[in-house]
Design a binder for this molecule. Structure first.
Ligand SMILES: Cc1cc2nc3c(=O)[nH]c(=O)nc-3n(C[C@H](O)[C@H](O)[C@H](O)COP(=O)(O)OP(=O)(O)OC[C@H]3O[C@@H](n4cnc5c(N)ncnc54)[C@H](O)[C@@H]3O)c2cc1C
Length: 400
């Protein structure tokens, strides 16, 4: 079924809480509904949204906003296990991937919760990232050392140009840091993700080597075992559910809750710079803070980059970019550190502010911020980071 409304209020459909309207809003329930939509006839521009958690609406939307309610989670293959017989022995499926098909309209964290409950590994580190499954495959969401591309098998789409259903193997999605073929200017807006097939696993495959995650998990295990010293059954054993629980706790401590304080998460991408540029930043930081001061950074060995510093995209749709590629070692510096060093942490500007606990996040502090206030703060941050470090920050949040 397709529901259409006009001059639809989008305030609750974007986590920034921008008070904007869409001239036309269409919501559909099934893959088949897409065939009935006359894309040529829609008021332009056309924007497909998920949970609106990576968007900054800069004004009322003059065209058509689409939203998917395709809402299913289905195990396609579970080792030797007959999926109609869900009570089969877990041990049968060990070392065999579990293919799970998930509708684009499913809230990504509901999928993570489902996987944790099923004891399936793969998406636990991505717990509590706002948004829906369709957008996760567009954005290549990532957190705590895992990107969704690591568990994507295939992305199923409706091609609005050719009016046909197509699918992309993970290699064809040209995934990079928060990037994919679906964001590439040639294809942007053309493909509507209908569902995604993920490869999860019943075999433990914890990824704990990011930041303080391991320490937090160990602390959580210890707390549990001291509290439940008599019933040591499941307690203290590493499970997707335990990792999920710890990650949700860490995220809640650090990030604003979208239902309470509007934001779109990390506003800027972490810049990737040359080793020489990093050395200059480091020596200036040591001069400012003392010789023992350490600038947070990640070395990226032999990554293939375009001259603009973007990740090189593999596979058929990206081949045209390979002629400009150079292979080099680069350094990723947290944008949050740069923003903090420029004195922005916790600062307010009208209704907008830089989040006190995570300076990479710009928030709708008053709940009534205008898009201009968010954009004004964004521009001032970009200018001061450029002036202090000579680095160009680029927004991760999509301005529409
Ligand atoms: C508090 C907070 C924390 C966050 N933390 C993280 C984090 O840790 N890691 C991370 O990666 N991101 C994070 N984000 C950003 C955001 O959650 C992700 O980018 C998420 O994938 C956006 O999903 P969405 O459904 O809200 O998509 P939207 O914001 O609605 O859309 C994002 C893009 O996807 C496109 N799109 C949406 N649905 C479809 C579809 N079905 N078919 C084709 N295109 C589609 C849209 O056109 C748009 O280009 C955070 C955001 C917030 C508010």
């Amino acid at each position: 079924m397709i529901r259409t409304s006009y001059y639809q209020d989008l305030t609750k459909m974007n986590t920034f809480g921008m008070k904007v309207k869409a001239r036309c809003f269409m919501e559909y329930d099934s893959v088949a509904d897409l065939v009935d939509i006359e894309f040529e006839e829609l008021a332009r521009p056309v924007l497909h949204i998920g949970g609106g958690s990576n968007l900054l609406f800069t004004d009322d939307f003059k065209g058509t906003v689409l939203h998917s309610n395709i809402d299913f989670i289905e195990i396609l293959e579970d080792g030797n296990c007959d999926t109609s017989e869900r009570h089969c022995e877990r041990s049968v499926a060990i070392s065999t991937p579990v293919l799970v098909s998930v509708g684009a309209g499913v809230v990504f964290d509901d999928f993570c919760a489902w996987a944790a409950k099923e004891g399936l590994w793969g998406v636990e580190n991505l717990s509590y990232i706002p948004g829906e499954v369709g957008a996760s495959a567009v954005q290549n969401i990532g957190a705590y050392g895992v990107e969704v591309k690591d568990v994507i098998h295939k992305v199923y789409c409706y091609d609005t140009l050719e009016e046909e259903f197509v699918n992309f193997d993970v290699e064809e999605c040209c995934y990079g840091y928060r990037d994919s073929i679906f964001k590439n200017s040639e294809f942007k807006g053309r493909y509507i993700v209908t569902h995604v097939v993920f490869t999860l696993s019943r075999d433990p495959r914890p990824v704990l080597d990011y930041g303080h995650l391991k320490t937090e998990i160990e602390r959580c295990c210890e707390e549990h075992s001291s509290r439940h010293s008599e019933e040591r059954s499941d307690v203290g054993i590493l499970t997707p559910a335990l990792i999920r629980k710890v990650i949700i706790k860490i995220r809640k401590e650090k990030l604003p809750e979208p239902s309470v304080v509007g934001s779109a998460g990390s506003f800027f991408k972490n810049p990737v710079i040359s080793l020489e540029h990093f050395a200059r930043i480091e020596s200036a930081a040591k001069a400012e803070h003392g010789p023992d001061y350490k600038v947070p950074h990640y070395i990226i060995e032999n990554q293939t980059l375009t001259p603009h510093g973007e990740d090189q995209l593999p596979s058929r749709h990206c081949e045209e970019r390979s002629d400009v590629a150079i292979s080099t070692t680069t350094v990723k510096v947290p944008a949050a550190w740069m923003i903090e060093q420029c004195g922005w942490k916790g600062r307010r500007s009208g209704g907008a502010a830089v989040w006190e606990k995570q300076p990479l996040v710009i928030v709708n502090y008053t709940g009534n911020a205008y898009p201009e206030e968010i954009i004004g703060l964004e521009k001032r941050i970009i200018a001061s980071v450029k002036a202090k470090f000579g680095v160009d920050l680029h927004p991760e949040v999509e301005h529409v």
